[in-house]
Each structure stands twice: as structure tokens, then as C-alpha cells.
Design a protein around this ligand. Structure first.
Ligand code: HSE
Length: 420
């Protein structure tokens, strides 16, 4: 019998314990051994979890318990789980973690510490979708050209409901929290940080790139307005928060941000809490993975897949490389990223203003692709909405600063990137 200890018996931990019990027959048949959740660790002992576990508030009751074979880490945070996962590995226990923040900062150190002891993390990225297994194993014959996807269920749930049903931001965020989609601190979701952690994990497997969240371009969905949504609809776009990893020459660009994408693309049709990731390999071509990106049972399904793999003895090297990769790939500096942009400006509604704006953009080599004028709620002002041809991030940032200094421009200039 294999015994499991769970650090953090919240939404996902409770589901892990329940599924191990309720689906014990199929899980035992697939793993070849009986797997039992023995104990769990929580912060608040007073709250009833409704599961059949020996509960403690001391993580060492699991990590140092000689009877526990596999430690499942579902605590969230970085420093405390790092210390506990390290200790569990040093105690010779296999570890399964769903903690993307931990991996975003410490995946290479943990890989080193783990050595031949299994450390698995399928649930860390895109919830119930087996994307880690697909990249580590299914696509191992390929050089990866790009990864692009919806990697945060909360953002997608919010955007879908705001765009399709006119839901209010605060209301729908609260609903995502109640449904168990959002992180303990939901700014991780709406600010793009959660998706960036997942993107970094995928980029390590795809490219062997060791970057931290601070090194890459991350923007949230907080500033999207109904004007942007209307413009997107009028010009045939859908707005999605995407994680993007792309090989550009000898470099890899990594970014997370709200993105306008063609409304007829497959990813544009992925709604609600669903995640979807497209991976292009040099030999396989385009592949796509779709499924629930958050929620107790969906995430627990991925956690248990790792447990089953460990019990079967199937696990490979943590990040997918048996020996060092001499790819020569480096992280593309954020300023060098090149893409198309959408801009929204509030301006004086007077002759010559449009020329002033386009001239200013021209100074930075930025060329307009399409343009729309909408009335402003302020009299004698208008909203100008543009899409541009491709330019560099540095040129766009400099242009926005310069436009913001013009007398005819009012307030913040909104910008969104476009991917076609
Ligand atoms: N808060 C995350 C999301 C949970 O909304 O996608 C899964 O990592």
C-alpha cells in the first residue's frame, strides 16, 4: 500500500483525498498498488474538511512521518513550501506539487535536490489538462517553436462573462473566488502572475530556459474597458489573457498579457474557466490541449495522475532533460519583443489632431493599420482607437510616453497587444 500525506487540505486537497477514496478501484488497477491518503496538514484545525484524514497543523507530521511515501504539496506560497518540499525529498519521499509559484522561482534548485527521487507537478499548469506530460514526453521528438495559451481559468472566466454577459469586474471576480478558481490572493490571477508562473514552467520543459517572473513581460486584465471590448468586436477580435513563449532566432520571448486575437481562431472560442494551450513542434506541427484550468476535482485529477505515475515507476527527469541541453537559446529582452498593438487615446475633437498623433507615432517608426473614432463622454473630445503594424515593445513604450505629453491628449493611453 502507498501512503499519501497532503500539505494543504483546501479545495484541491479535499478533492485529492475524496477521489483517492471514491475512485480507488480504477486508481489501484492503473497504479498496480492500493493508494491511500493517510494524513493532511491545515492551518485552521477548527474547520471540518469532510475527509477521512488524520489532520494536523504541523507540516512535519507529514514530512517526517516514516509511513508517508508521497508528499502532496498544495499549500501555495514559496518559502515555506520550498523548505518543506526540500525536507521531504531529503527524507527520501517522492513529492507531487501543484504549486506554480514555488516552481517559477525554484524549479532548477528543486530538480537538483530531487536527483532521482520523483518530483512531479502536472497540476501546476493548466489545471486538469495534461500539458506537462504532453511536453515532457509526448512532444519530446520536437524542437518547440511556440507555446501559446489561456493559462489562467479565473481571468478567462472573468473576461468571458464581462464580454459576453456584461458582468461587472468586482462581481465576477468574487464569483470566481466562490467557485474555487481564484488564488488565495486573486491579484495573482488578474495581474497575470499566476499565468506567468505556468508559462515559465512550460518554457523550462520546452526550451531549458531558466527565467524568473521578474525577467519577463507580465500584464493583467485590470484596465480593459467596454470601449476596448466594442472595438475588438467591431474589428473581428476576441480579447483573451494569453501566455506566449516563442522561439525567435536564437532567443525565446516570454510574455503574459491581455491580447486581441482573431475571433475565428480556436483559442478565441475557449470560454469560462477552460484553459487551452497550443504547442507548435518542428516535426508534429500544431497541437492543442483543452480542458478545465482550475477547480478542485480537475486539479486533483492532475495531482493523482502524478501519484499514479510515481507508483508505476514511470516518472522521467523533472524538467524533461536527462543531460544538460546546449541549445544556446537565451531569453529575448522584453524591449525587443515585436508585435502589433491596439491603442486607445482620449483627444481634443479638432482638425489636425489625428495628423498630430500619427506624426508622433511615425517618429518612432510606428505605422497605423486601422483606426476608429468614437465619441467621448466629455464634450469636444473624442476617443481614437488604432491598431498598428508590427513594431518593437521599446518603440511602442517610447511612443506612448511621447503621446502622453501632447496637449491634445488626455489621461492614460490604453494599449493592448495583438496576435494573429
Ligand atoms: N487560480 C488559478 C486559475 C488556478 O484561475 O487558473 C489554477 O492554477
Amino acid at each position: 500500500m502507498v501512503k499519501i500525506g497532503i500539505l494543504g487540505v483546501g479545495t484541491v486537497g479535499t478533492s485529492v483525498a475524496k477521489i483517492l477514496e471514491e475512485n480507488a478501484d480504477i486508481i489501484e488497477a492503473r497504479a498496480g498498488k492500493k493508494i491511500v491518503a493517510k494524513s493532511g496538514v491545515v492551518k485552521n484545525l477548527a474547520k471540518d474538511r469532510g475527509v477521512n484524514l488524520k489532520i494536523s497543523d504541523n507540516p512535519l507530521d507529514v514530512v517526517d512521518d516514516p509511513e508517508i511515501d508521497i508528499v502532496v504539496e498544495l499549500m501555495g506560497g514559496v518559502d515555506e513550501p520550498y523548505a518543506l518540499v526540500k525536507k521531504a525529498l531529503e527524507n527520501g519521499k517522492s513529492v507531487v506539487t501543484a504549486n506554480k509559484a514555488l516552481l517559477a522561482y525554484h524549479r532548477y534548485e528543486l530538480q537538483e535536490i530531487a536527483g532521482d527521487i520523483p518530483l512531479m507537478y502536472e497540476a501546476s499548469t493548466a489545471g486538469g489538462i495534461p500539458i506537462i506530460g504532453a511536453l515532457r514526453t509526448g512532444l519530446s521528438a520536437n524542437h518547440i517553436e511556440s507555446i501559446q495559451g489561456i493559462m489562467n481559468g479565473t481571468c478567462n472566466y472573468m473576461l468571458t462573462n464581462m464580454i459576453n454577459n456584461g458582468a461587472q469586474y468586482d462581481e465576477i471576480l468574487k464569483e470566481s473566488q466562490e467557485l474555487g478558481y481564484a488564488e488565495a490572493d486573486p491579484t495573482f490571477d488578474v495581474g497575470g502572475f499566476d499565468a506567468s508562473h505556468k508559462l515559465l514552467i512550460l518554457a523550462s520543459i520546452a526550451y531549458g530556459i531558466d527565467a524568473k517572473p521578474e525577467d519577463i513581460l507580465i500584464e493583467g486584465i485590470e484596465n480593459i474597458t467596454s470601449t476596448d471590448v466594442d472595438f475588438a468586436k467591431e474589428f473581428g477580435y476576441e480579447i483573451k489573457s494569453l501566455g506566449i513563449a516563442k522561439k525567435v532566432g536564437n532567443a525565446v520571448e516570454l510574455r503574459v498579457h491581455a491580447t486581441m486575437i482573431p475571433a475565428d481562431s480556436m483559442i478565441a472560442k475557449v470560454d469560462g474557466v477552460m484553459n487551452a494551450v497550443t504547442v507548435i513542434g518542428d516535426r508534429v506541427g500544431e497541437t492543442m490541449y483543452y480542458g478545465p484550468g482550475a477547480g478542485g476535482d480537475a486539479t486533483a485529477s492532475a495531482v493523482i495522475s502524478d501519484i499514479v505515475d510515481i507508483v508505476r515507476g514511470n516518472q522521467g527527469p523533472m524538467l524533461g532533460y536527462k543531460k544538460g541541453l546546449e541549445s544556446g537559446l537565451t531569453l529575448l529582452p522584453k524591449e525587443e519583443i515585436s508585435t502589433q498593438y491596439y491603442l486607445r487615446l482620449e483627444v481634443d475633437d479638432q482638425s489636425g489632431v489625428l495628423a498630430t498623433i500619427t506624426t508622433e507615432l511615425g517618429k518612432f517608426g510606428i505605422s497605423i493599420e486601422a483606426m476608429l473614432q468614437k465619441p467621448s463622454i466629455v464634450e469636444e473630445r473624442a476617443k481614437l482607437l488604432f491598431t498598428t503594424h508590427k513594431c518593437k515593445e521599446s518603440e511602442m513604450q517610447e511612443a506612448i510616453t511621447a503621446l502622453g505629453k501632447l496637449d491634445v491628449v488626455y489621461g492614460e493611453i490604453a494599449m493592448m497587444r495583438i496576435e494573429k
